[in-house]
Design a protein around this ligand. Sequence first.
Ligand code: PRP
Ligand code: ZN
Length: 295
Amino acid sequence: MVTDRLRIALQKKGRLADDSFALLKSCGLRFAIRGGGLLARVKNMPIDLLLVRDDDIPNFVANDAADIGIVGENVLVEEQLVAKTKLDADIAMRLGFSRCKLSLAAPDIGMVKSAKDLDGTKIATTYPGVTAKYLSVRGIDAKLVEMKGAVELAPSIGIAQSICDLVSSGATLEANGLTAFETILESEAVLIRSARDLSPAKADLLAKLMNRIDGVIKSSETKYIMLNAPKSQVAAITALLPGSDAPTIIPLAGSDDLVALQAVCTENIFWETLEDLKALGARAILVLPIEKMMS
Ligand code: PRP
Ligand code: ZN
């Protein structure tokens, strides 16, 4: 590629797109998405965002139209399976958002209740690659009805007895009187790249971006906790703090037996933990979000 701007392929709209834009903004990239545009320039870094259909992203990365991409793992796996030769696009980093499942589902009142009932039936899906692989591995003899969307309508209009579709909250299945009976794939957003070498400038930028993404993901799970506690309980209290290193202990003015304790917790702190801390004598407990982290 002639340009030395790092090119990231992203889904142009949808839930995963919104979360991807938010992630990049948290990493300090400044850009504006205008309706219909194919390319968005990042103003403060040499990065361009290529806004495309999600099923094109693995191909764009493999064919050097983009250096990296952010896409659902489900789309990457599907595109790999339907490609004629293996695509040069692999997961460089898991991003932890847009978690969903690709599941088989059928009408609550119908002949298909489990995978055992699929022989001789039709399955509607927008994921023919993943679904066909599942069927062949299990030796199930079912026909695929390939659709481009609105798969959940297939059973009610009589073109298939079951569907294989993405399930996130489950609301779509429920609204259509369908129940999931088997999960074929669990998915989350992933950052993908090819095995090609990048120019040194782009490689540096990518390393920096991945470092920031890592920091954003970690800081979203990490909390700072502050509390006052009796000196005698410091060891017991420290043991309760999820994923924390040695806490900072500070003497409290005018008190011989109370200290202030502060610690970074790399896991979520639940209400139950706060109640247990209080039972050990901790008081004035504060849990604060962490905005940025770098180690
Ligand atoms: C996906 C999927 C379901 C829905 C599941 O569709 O195909 O229809 O989301 O989400 P839920 O379990 O939270 O209801 P999407 O919105 O991505 O649109 P599409 O089917 O048109 O691609
Ligand atoms: Zn859908």
